[in-house]
Structures are given as structure tokens and as C-alpha cells.
Design a protein around this ligand. Sequence first.
Ligand code: ATP
Ligand code: MG
Length: 562
Amino acid sequence: MSYEPEERPHNFIRTFIDEDLASGRYTKVATRFPPEPNGYLHIGHAKSICLNFGLARDYNGHTNLRFDDTNPVKEDVEYVQSIQEDVKWLGFDWDDRLYYASDYFEKLYECAEALIKTGDAFVCDLSPEEVKEYRGTLTEPGRNSPYRDRTVEENLDLLRRMRAGEFPEGARFLRAKIDMASPNLNMRDPALYRIKHARHHRTGDKWVIYPMYDYAHCISDAIEGITHSICTLEFEDHRPLYDWVLEKLNWPAPRPRQIEFARLNLEYTLMSKRKLLQLVREKLVDGWDDPRLPTMAAIRRRGFTPSAIRLFCDRIGVAKKDSWIGLDWLEKATRDDLNPNVKRVMAVIDPLPVEIVNLKEGEKRVISAPYFPDEPEKFGARDLFLTKHILIERDDFMLEPIKGYKRLAPGREVRLRWTAYIKCISYETDEKGNVTRLICELNQEPTTVDEKGKPARPNIVHWVSALYSNPIKVRLYEKLFKVPRPTGDLEGELNPNSLIEKIGRLERSAADARPFDRFQFERLGYFMVDPYPSDEEYIVFNRIVTLKDSWAKRTKDKANKK
Ligand code: ATP
Ligand code: MG
């Protein structure tokens, strides 16, 4: 892959890996990305993908893609497909190492019998309510199950009959025999296998017992020769169990090492699969790829690039403590990524007509303007046409300018991007007093002076010719939630104005834009043509991100000086 990040800060995971390689514990690095195929991926998963694949890349190791499909009830092949697409889209490759935890069901079962034989597991008949009662609390130890002392023979017989489908769900389950007094609740004889009479999307009806995540995960890692099993912080308390299982199975060295990091929380949005599903089901957003969502499908559709997402993930780094990342990190990475790679064109998204009195009907002045002013050679130039009727942005005019307003107003002057100056000499209104048209005079040089009597340096506004432009629909995305750290109260926290649609106009040179084409609309932001073909007469653009600084505020605009 050609991608070279600008910065790759050292972090505690790299320190662990360096130590493990130096001590000879491992001679290579192998990681895995282990999604459960029970939902669409989101930007939090992207962090995990970039971390796992990125570490393997940097240490010349490899990364496996493994579907953690141990819960047949919630899983679906549809997700298996979309997850693979998302990982590929991000620019990562698992080569031929696509695995499923269900590939290991037979081996996992053998291990369960092995644990019974060493006296480390037993079949327990307590009901779910009784299990809860026996577990104890954080401050009180639990009690041993009355079935804990079953003989090896009895346990083996029961487990085999569980596998054969002799018992209903919930009748019994396989448990590790560890320590009911452990201060770590995960070590109080946790469940290893449960009965589930459910069809599995890959193994069909072959199994009616399914392994628990904690049990299946460490063995799957070990089978695949994973060295560093990187997961999110909530698994920290599960690590002793991870190690215990492999220890009791006497798994040969080198065994995998579990390392936890803080999950990504992004401000003004939510990652919970449950909440995302609710947003989609209740039609509070327009499907899984609604560009306001943090799902990978939405990120693609909105126009974010894979390299921007990788840059974002690199920059936020990994931490050992949960925190929230501001949206500005994502926006900044996106601007930095798009800035050198997209053409600049002009579009007006809230048009106000302007009539230029000293241009004739039908007259057109041809202006050649580079697509990338900082390096004019980069994308070449296009022609703009200055005509008697043009459109400017409505908020570039104020009838009664407030103090400090530096753009157009009656008697005031601005420069049109790439060309001459216009001065507002009059205007028209509708019956309600709304300005409907400006009448302006075109001048090659500024005609106004500043407070000190010096020739003014009017601000620059973007514009399009009314004739040589095409209608477009733009979708302006705002924050999905009103509050930076949503709790999931959709009614109270959703931003009612998270999508604003406008009909604007785009300069003619970009009229043939195709789905996925990206542009910077000068002063407005970065936009991408929506991937879905539009059935309306105009192209639909999604705003990816705004521009931080519009150049109207910049006094020195070298590129515009001729
Ligand atoms: P579930 O609650 O269904 O387990 P999950 O978000 O953990 O949801 P998985 O499919 O198990 O979904 O996640 C795959 C991998 O992505 C896991 O290793 C998980 O730790 C990681 N991951 C999930 N969410 C985040 C997040 N917000 N930030 C970083 N990593 C994440
Ligand atoms: Mg998970």
C-alpha cells in the first residue's frame, strides 16, 4: 500500500510489541480484526482496523480477518459481505486469511472435553436465576454450584449429550471451574458453552451448543498464531480468563497476548449498534448510509476518503483511558487529505441575482481560471463566463450592513473571484421587502476608498453566471446530535436541523460531474456527488466538510491577483 502517514506516534501497544520482539517472546507480529457479523461497521471499528492492520504493516507482520460468529441468533451473511467491503475500502487486505470462529467449533469442542478431563470444567444444571444468586456481588464472594463436584465421566457424558441435542435450552451449561470467591467476577466459574437450538449461518444445524465469546476468542487467537490480540478496554477484566483457558489447555508457547485500548467515542454522534439500529428503524435517518451517521457506509456515501479516515485514526492514536474525540479531528484530517487532491470550482448555494448594468445582454467575458490556484499546472484551467446576469451568495449582501460587515451592501463594492469589481448601485425587493435582485456596476479597478481615504481592498466573493451554470441540489450535513456526548435519548438529543437541502447553481465546467467526484466549492467546503444517480434534473452534492477559513476573510489572496 502506498500510504505513508505523516506522523505515527509511539504508543503503549508499540512499546509492548517492541518488548516482546526484543525478549524473543515472538519473532513476528500477527494481529486480527475480529468483528461479530451482527451489524454494520462504524468509525470506531475503523480505528480498530487501522490499529490492527497498521501495526502488522509496520512490523512486517500480518493481520487476519476473523468473523466472531459464535452467536447464531444475531448474525447474518449480509453483514459478512459489508464488513469485508469496508475493510477493503479502508485500504487493508487480509490476503487469504479470512477466518470464522465457527471454523474452529470442532476444535473448541475438543478443548472443552480436555478441560473436563483435567478437572477444569464441569456441567452445571443451575437455572439462570440460580446462577445469578450463586454468583455473589462485587463485595461478597459467590457460592460453589452444587454440581461442581461431578465426576469427569459424568461431565463428559452430559456434555456429549448436550452436543447431541438431548436437553432443552437453559437446562444445563458447561462452566469453567476456577474460583467462586475471586474478586474478579469473570473468574467465578464462567460459562464456556451454552445450549442453543438455533441454525447457524455457516454450520447450519450441526451444532446445538455454542461456545461463549471469552472461551472461543482466546482459543481462536491461539489457533491462528495471533501474537497481539488487541481489544477494547471493557475486556481488561476478562484477560485473566483469556490467559487461564490457554494455560489450562497447556497451549504451547508462544501464546497470544491480549492488550486493551480505549474505544473511540466521537462527539455529537453515537456508535452503539442498538442506537444506530433504532435511528434507522424509526426512520430518523435515511437508512444505514445516511451521511449523518458514523457508519462506514455513511462515511463512504458522504464523501470521506479512506486516506482521510486512516489519517484521522493515526492522529487520534491509542489511549488507555476512555475519552471523547472532537469532530474537529475528523474534519481537520479530511481537509488535510482533500486539500491537495481536489479541483476548486464555484457554486452558489443560496443564489441572489445580480444584474450588471454595464454589460450588454448576450455579452460574455471569458476568464481562464486554474482549478488549483496554488499550483496552476496541477489540474489545468477552465473558462468562466462573466455575463450581464450573475448569481452571488445571498449572505454576501446586507441591506443594512452591521458593523464590521465587509461584503456587498448598497453603495459598497466587492471583487468577483477571478475577475473585476462590482458596486451595488441599487436593488429590487418583493412586496415583503426581501431583496430579489441587485443592480451593480462593473469596474476593472476598485472605485471606493477606505476610512483613511486609500483605495479600498474589497473582499472577494464567489459567483456564477446565470446563463453558464447548472442547477444542483446540495445537502448540508450538520451534527446529528445537539449535545456533544449523547446518552442515546433520541427524542431530546437529536438535532432537528442535521440536514439542510438547498437548490443552488454550479459553474458550467463541472456540469458533467459523476457520482463520487469531489470538488472544493470555493468558500463553501468540500463536496462529493452523491453515489446514487439522481432522478431529478440536477446533480446532488453532499457536503463532506466545511472550509475552516473562507478566503473572503483573508486580506491577501495572492492567487486572485493578476
Ligand atoms: P458488540 O457489542 O456487538 O460486541 P462491538 O462494537 O464490540 O459490538 P464487534 O464486531 O465485536 O462490535 O467489534 C469488532 C472489533 O472492533 C472489536 O475488536 C472491538 O473491540 C472493536 N471496536 C468496536 N467498537 C469500537 C470503538 N468504538 N472503538 C474502537 N474499537 C472498537
Ligand atoms: Mg464486540
